[in-house]
Design a protein around this ligand. Structure first.
Ligand code: ADP
Ligand code: MG
Length: 329
């Protein structure tokens, strides 16, 4: 007998095989997965946060650049990252998957193993989902719920004049990892490839930044140029960024040098780093400046104001949002 396909086990057979070890916060469960709906309980004193994020085969991944475990992990990470960007904890997850019946069952099982690993790492309950067929390619939609102390969610619109603009970790690693994979040299750049396939949502840094008083916060899903422009336009501010300060990993610099690419382009326009960027007052920044994974890169210079300016090689230039846009021509 050949490999088992989704078609061979059917919808219910599939669900039976993947529905195990879903719960990592048992205290929040009233009715677990398996019924028409899951019932969960959030503690007193918290607001609830919700967000959704989709991965489409051929747009967000291909079977050449990511294995099923990676896709599952990545789907969790990209969703949980939106909770980090609100200063929230991710606590619950549901997903809707559309699959071709010709997909091997092992692909789906491994996809769930990756998602489960991400849920375990960040303590998120997998509460249920839906399965349908797809005429062509996979479509994977996740919805995450989170919780944040009442009234404390960190939005994009709160940036203030005089604030420091910061970036967590390093930026551009995911784009560089994808570049290496597409050029057939992924095996030479394992840490960049890992950053592309299994990015880490920055939940603890999001909480730390909220507690420190961050004003504007975004996760880096579409590249820094787009994230900064989103904060600037939502907050009605003008920002100035020092290109030399944008944190780049030594691997990003090394690969860029090897292939004669400007590593800054990966950081500004690449996306999928799932680090955080935002603004905070200089005095509040002082309380977290020992945190070596948070780098100041610029300032909010005007409010009301408009736009993001980049100082680069001694010149000041308008930085437009150049990250990924699905419908851009
Ligand atoms: P219904 O017909 O009530 O929509 P389903 O047959 O679609 O129920 O799902 C049965 C149970 O299995 C539900 O609890 C649902 O949340 C869960 N489930 C269905 N699809 C998935 C999936 N892709 N991942 C996780 N759980 C799923
Ligand atoms: Mg259903």
């Amino acid at each position: 007998m050949g490999e088992l396909l989704v078609d061979d086990v059917g919808e219910f057979g599939l669900i039976r095989r993947i529905m195990h070890d879903f719960i990592f916060r048992p205290d929040m469960i009233v009715v677990g997965p398996g019924d028409d709906g899951a019932v969960y309980r959030t503690p007193e004193g918290y607001d609830q946060v919700i967000s959704t994020d989709t991965m489409v085969e051929g747009i967000h991944f291909t079977k050449d650049t990511m294995g099923p475990f990676d896709v599952g992990y990545h789907l969790g990470a990209s969703n949980f990252s939106d909770m980090a960007a609100m200063g929230a904890e991710a606590v619950g997850f549901v997903l809707s998957i559309a699959l071709p019946g010709s997909l091997p069952l092992s692909w789906v099982e491994s996809f769930y193993d990756g998602l489960r690993a991400c849920c375990r790492e960040f303590r998120v309950n997998l509460l249920g989902g839906d399965v349908t067929g797809s005429p062509k390619g996979l479509i994977l939609t996740g919805t995450v719920t989170g919780m944040v102390p009442k009234g404390k969610a960190v939005t994009r619109s709160g940036a203030q004049k005089g604030d420091i603009v910061f970036v967590t970790g390093t930026a551009g690693d995911s784009a560089a990892g994808l570049y290496a994979l597409l050029q057939g040299m992924g095996d030479k750049w394992p840490s960049l490839v890992e950053r592309h396939r299994r990015p880490k949502p920055q939940i603890s840094l999001g909480i730390l930044l909220r507690e420190a008083g961050a004003h504007g916060l975004n996760d880096i899903s579409d590249g820094l140029s787009r994230e900064w422009n989103e904060i600037a336009s939502s907050s009605g501010v003008e920002m100035e960024i020092d290109a030399e300060k944008v944190p780049l990993s030594s691997d990003v610099k090394a690969l860029a040098e090897k292939v004669s690419v400007d590593p800054l382009a990966w950081a500004l326009n690449g996306g999928e780093d799932y680090q955080l960027t935002g603004t905070i007052s200089p005095s509040d920044f002082d309380t977290i400046k020992e945190e070596t994974s948070i780098t100041p890169v610029g300032r909010v210079v005007k409010k009301p104001g408009k736009g993001v300016y980049l100082y680069h090689h001694g010149r000041k230039e308008l930085l437009e949002a150049r990250g990924f846009d699905h419908f851009e021509k």
